[in-house]
Design a protein around this ligand. Structure first.
Ligand SMILES: [Zn+2]
Length: 428
């Protein structure tokens, strides 16, 4: 079986439209949800799905839309304006700005917050962004949540890399929920604040507008097999507007389209069914996929047996499956690795950093395929920055991701009911 599987995977990985699709998706721009670029890119992607198999559809789910109207950061005393970018859905400051002293908490780990204790109250905490794909990092939103719970007046998170400019990210704050004004700053601005001495006073001004009735599109294509059990390949189409969101996540969308083309010819008699999903508003605390899954009837949800979520699948030659606390996925990934004749690592603890987390939360065995896990010097470190553009991606990496995706999906599409059920056992 491996020889013929290998030949088929070789052909799949040579898909001539992989790179043109990737470049076309990047050409829409950064595709920030609500900008229109995400919606246009989704329509184009659904058109491509319809070329694979007619019947691709677009559904809309609601999410808490928001737009930044003003952002300004001033280092008082020196009257220097620093570079800043509010987190998505940041709490606004008073119109005249928030004036407070900065407390520098280094990386902003829990021990840093603990050591500062009551000094945090009423101050603006400054922490550092970390490369998000490693076993040891602490996510921005966890740092933000600690700042809120310890009584900080504001939150600044500095790029850890010099000369990379600003980053984009979400605060995770829901509509009407409490929070504090929060923004990214660049590394050089953090250095200037530090050089102004401890408790440097700053003025942060953020204004944003809630957008009522915002919806995020979801593109869906079903390719029915003989059995109703479904493998879902997903990827998010939206991104941030500093760059082209090439790594994160034109790589995933282009790979999913090519995998759909390769698999559509093989799904049918004797196989499970395949569903392809493209989500928007992933960068908004995973709202798009959450809304979509919530909209499904229980009987339909019960047919979803495996989620392979493609998010940032190039930018490094190493591929890892984040297996969301489903131990049965580890041997599954190993089998796909050997069938595809390439190495796919796996990492068991749940990392709620993409849409697979919403599938996992509903008990669906879910993995995120990711490039550059625990490789902070890889080109994946351009995500969320202006450097997330096409040159950060190599064709060979995308082809490797396509080969891995096709092998993983095929293993799921040919698994028996009992094999699929065994994937769903949880660690604890
Ligand atoms: Zn992503």
């Amino acid at each position: 079986m491996n020889i013929s599987l290998n030949r088929w995977l070789d052909e799949a990985a040579m898909d001539p439209m992989l790179m043109p699709d990737f470049e076309r998706i990047c050409s829409f721009g950064g595709r920030l949800a609500g900008s229109g670029q995400d919606s246009d890119a989704l329509d184009w992607t659904i058109g491509r799905l319809n070329e694979v198999r007619r019947g691709a559809r677009r559904v809309e789910v609601s999410y808490d839309g928001w737009v930044c109207e003003k952002a300004e950061l001033l280092l008082l005393g020196r009257s220097e304006t620093l570079s800043s970018r509010p987190l998505l859905r940041s709490m606004a400051t008073p119109p005249e700005g928030l004036e407070a002293a900065v407390i520098d908490l280094g990386k902003g780990r829990q021990s840093d917050f603990d050591a500062a204790g009551e000094q945090i109250r009423g101050r603006i905490v400054l922490v550092r962004h970390e490369y998000p794909f490693s076993p040891t990092h602490l996510h921005r939103r966890k740092k933000y949540d600690m700042a809120v719970s310890r009584g900080a007046a504001g939150f600044l998170i500095a790029n850890n890399l010099p000369e990379q400019g600003l980053l984009s990210g979400s605060s995770g704050r829901g509509r009407g929920k409490p929070g504090i004004p929060a923004a990214y700053i660049d590394r050089e601005s953090a250095d200037r604040i530090a050089s102004a001495g401890p408790n440097a006073p700053i003025r942060l001004t953020i204004a944003g507008k809630e957008l009522e009735g915002s919806t995020a599109g979801v593109g869906v294509l079903d390719i029915p097999g003989e059995f109703e059990e479904r493998v879902v390949i997903s990827a998010h189409i939206d991104g941030h507007d500093l760059g082209e969101s090439a790594l994160d996540n034109a790589t995933g969308v282009a790979t999913a389209l090519a995998a759909a083309r390769a698999l559509a010819m093989r799904v049918g008699r004797g196989t499970n069914s395949l569903r392809i999903c493209f989500f928007s508003a992933e960068e908004w605390a995973l709202s798009g996929s959450a809304g979509y899954l919530k909209s499904l009837e229980a009987s339909e949800l019960a047919t979803l047996k495996l989620n392979i979520n493609l998010d940032t699948v190039a930018g490094d030659e190493n591929l890892t499956a984040l297996t969301s606390d489903f131990p049965g996925l580890e041997p599954f990934v190993e089998r796909a690795s050997s069938a595809a004749d390439l190495h796919i690592g796996s990492y068991l603890p749940l990392m709620a950093n993409s849409d697979h987390a919403n599938f996992a939360a509903l008990g669906v065995p879910a993995m995120r395929l990711l490039a550059g896990f625990d490789r902070p010097s890889s080109r994946v470190n351009n995500i969320l920055s202006a450097g997330d553009r096409m040159p950060a991606v190599r064709e060979s990496e995308l082809r490797r991701a396509l080969r891995a995706t096709s092998a993983l999906a095929w293993l799921g599409l040919t698994a028996s009911s009992s094999e699929l059920t065994s994937l769903a056992a949880r660690s604890s």
